[in-house]
Write a protein that binds this ligand. Structure first.
Ligand code: FEO
Length: 175
């Protein structure tokens, strides 16, 4: 029966597993950013709290995009189990350093998946991935520009609150 059902999809089992693993990465990002939102809120950094709540929502949308892609190709998407999400963070700057690190990791994952697509000639999935590859340029850009605020303003005195005030102005227009 399983083999018969498999005939319904041209998505290989290997690619299905890889994409399900990426669902988990996106869900992890979503939970991590929500934890960062709570921490920033606790520190009185309202804009950063809002920023991370929005990021968390976006990551859930990324997760669902992959989830739906697997389902639409006739595969079996797996709702991920997420564990080990921290509740505490060392510093305001550290939160954004971890964000950049996470996004660079995600970029690497999508590059690896794209690489795999070309190796197994899955150009349908390769095409699907293009949106994510472009999105990663924005995600890394925003995290880097916010980290620059820490270099320019500094966290001493009222610095943290100045950074929190300015970070909402960081946007990516693709130019
Ligand atoms: Fe879905 Fe921020 O990568």
């Amino acid at each position: 029966m399983k083999d018969l059902l498999k005939l319904k999809t041209s998505l290989s089992e290997e690619m299905e597993n890889i994409l399900n693993a990426q669902i988990k990465v996106e869900a992890h990002s979503s939970s991590l950013y929500l934890a960062m939102s709570a921490w920033c809120d606790d520190q009185g950094l309202d804009n950063a709290a809002h920023f991370f709540a929005k990021q968390s929502d976006e990551e859930r949308q990324h997760m669902l995009k992959i989830f739906n892609y697997i389902s639409n190709r006739g595969g079996r998407a797996i709702s991920p189990e997420i564990t080990n999400i921290p509740t505490d963070f060392e510093s305001f700057r550290g939160v954004f350093e971890q964000t950049l690190q996470q996004e660079m990791f995600v970029t690497e994952q999508f590059n690896n998946i794209a690489d795999k697509c070309t190796k197994i000639k899955d150009y349908v999935t390769f095409n699907f991935l293009q949106w994510f590859l472009e999105e990663q340029v924005e995600e890394e850009y925003v995290a880097r520009r916010i980290l620059e605020l820490f270099d320019v303003i500094g966290e001493e005195g009222t610095g943290k609150w100045e950074i929190d005030r300015h970070l909402v102005k960081v946007t990516y227009d693709g130019e």
